[in-house]
Design a protein around this ligand. Structure first.
Ligand code: NVA
Length: 311
């Protein structure tokens, strides 16, 4: 059966732990697995801007013995010039896997129905599951574990990062808190699914409109841009002085309410002075550069798992 990674809970808790363990192994021995030897092509398609995702997937695919073929989705015009199903039936037979950054989650689900090879979500409007694998790897390296730790995400509670933290960190047995304005709550279905996972894994999920309560005593504090790709026309309302997100900015003061040894994560790109103060992201608690590098190791492990299985 072809396995895909379209959202965080496409891996079971056991499989997520296996991928994270494999990421640690591959970080120590970068060329120890070669499932793409040939080289076999992996198509990496971008309908939205990218930096970290393009570089880290190219590096991961190369190190696994393969050829990363970066495709400009805007040139291909997937879904307008030709249907997603037809694109999938062209890419599938010529690719060992397809990695796609696109808009609606329905688009990547349709791609996965027709490729016949693993499809990996490299960010959609709803989820960014590869980033969460990198974040969990970073937490594991800095804290020695994930289960039982509290992660506080403050900012836009309705975006892809919020949804993926809810699902992915619940799978990892964490206590997940989302601090967000009442009008920017996560999708109810995602929240319900995260609660179900947390109950099974010994963690918990909480959403609050009080940023101090979200961060209180947390082991990991994270945020994300208030203006996700595709929402550029809302920039004034979301980043201006009257933005509902202003109380959720990660300032030194907010960070002081977390555990004394808390770490700070941000998927990047970051806007200093908006969602995070420079003193925090450039300060001693920030591990964002480890986090960015860990995209490489986590995605290498994920591709290896999807192509080679658990062994
Ligand atoms: N929420 C952000 C994540 C960027 C990696 C966006 O979708 O633009």
């Amino acid at each position: 059966m072809t396995r895909h990674f379209l959202r965080d809970d496409d891996l079971s808790a056991e499989e997520q732990a296996l991928v994270l363990q494999r990421a640690l192994e591959l970080k120590a021995a970068p060329y120890s697995r070669r499932p793409l030897e040939g080289p076999r092509t992996v198509s990496v398609v971008f309908d939205k801007p990218t930096l970290r995702t393009q570089v880290s997937f190219a590096g991961a695919i190369s190190a696994l013995g393969g050829l990363p073929l970066v495709v400009d989705g805007n040139l291909a015009q997937i879904g307008t010039r030709e249907s997603i199903a037809d694109v999938a039936r062209v890419l599938g037979p010529q690719s060992a896997a397809v990695v796609w950054r696109t808009h609606g989650q329905d688009r990547i689900e349709e791609m996965a129905r027709y490729t016949g090879v693993p499809v990996v979500n490299a960010l959609t409007d709803d989820f960014h599951p590869c980033q969460i694998l990198a974040d969990l790897l970073t937490v594991t390296e800095h804290k020695g574990r994930t289960a039982g730790l509290t992660l506080a995400y403050v900012g836009d509670g309705a975006n892809n990062m919020a949804h993926s933290y809810l699902l992915g960190c619940a799978l990892a047995g964490m206590h997940v808190r989302v601090g967000t304005p009442a009008a920017h709550q996560p999708q109810p279905a995602v929240l319900a699914r995260a609660q179900e996972i947390a109950a099974a894994q010994g963690g918990s999920v909480q959403v609050t409109d009080d940023p101090q309560a979200a961060v209180a005593g947390a082991d990991v504090v994270v945020t994300d841009t208030w203006v996700s790709m595709g929402r550029e026309q809302e920039k004034g309302a979301r980043q201006g002085a009257a933005s509902p997100f202003v109380p959720f900015a990660v300032t030194e003061e907010l960070m002081a309410g977390a555990a004394v040894d808390a770490i700070f994560l941000h998927c990047l790109p970051a806007y200093r002075g908006t969602e995070v103060e420079a003193a925090v992201i450039d300060g001693p608690q920030s591990v964002v550069w480890d986090e960015a590098e860990n995209r490489l190791h986590a995605q290498k492990a994920l591709l290896s798992f999807l192509l080679e299985g658990p062994a």
